[in-house]
Design a protein around this ligand. Structure first.
Ligand code: S3P
Length: 193
């Protein structure tokens, strides 16, 4: 069960290029909450890009920084957190998120993630691969058991960011978060269409 506290953060998890940042910003706007991108917190702390951290410190160095950053953002209130694709893939990190807030999974097929990411995406785990789709599939299969521990998950394929936000708000309400927010916003949404 997620924490009863309505102000607890919402963590968006999912594979690279599943839309966590785009959707997270929109979700935060709809809730009138803050938005934070975990990769950006890591980059600011390190004073270098994710790609440079991987190059200088290896994946292990990046993961240490990511866990530290996650611990800090988990304390925030009324915040939507877009995590990196690998952030929930340790028991330590996943348990921390599940205990601190609501965890919502954006599901995307590996082929679509690679298509969206394109070449030179700045994601070291995709950019170097000889066969990006094959390695994305393998990585996603290994990560799925972690992603499946989310409080709720939504399909992203064939849905617009706004439709995904609607689904996330619905899922959040079902798991006890942000009660009352959706009905206000639904009216606005209809008015904007
Ligand atoms: C990673 C995903 C990236 C970034 C880093 C590692 C991963 O974030 O954290 O390149 O292990 O899947 P996005 O999911 O935002 O691309």
């Amino acid at each position: 069960m997620p924490p009863a506290d309505d102000d607890a953060p919402i963590f968006l998890i999912g594979f690279m290029a599943s839309g966590k940042t785009t959707v997270g910003r929109l979700l935060a706007e709809r809730l009138d909450w803050a938005f934070v991108d975990l990769d950006k917190v890591v980059e600011e702390g390190a004073g270098k890009t994710v790609a440079d951290i991987f190059a200088a410190e290896g994946e292990a160095g990046f993961r240490r920084r990511e866990t530290e950053a996650l611990r800090e953002v988990a304390q925030r209130r009324k915040t939507v957190v877009a995590t990196g694709g690998g952030a929930p893939c340790s028991d330590e990190n996943m348990n921390a998120m599940l205990g601190a807030g609501r965890v919502l999974w954006l599901d995307v097929p590996a082929e679509e993630a690679v298509r969206r990411a394109g070449k030179a995406s700045g994601r070291p785990l995709l950019d170097g691969a000889e066969d990006p789709v094959a390695s994305a599939r393998k990585l996603l299969d290994a990560r799925r058991p972690f992603y499946e521990r989310a409080h709720a998950g939504v399909e992203t394929m064939d849905y617009s960011p706004n439709e995904i936000v609607n689904q996330l708000l619905q899922a959040s309400m079902l798991i006890g978060a942000v009660a009352g927010q959706q009905s206000d916003d639904e009216g606005e949404d209809e008015a904007n269409q």
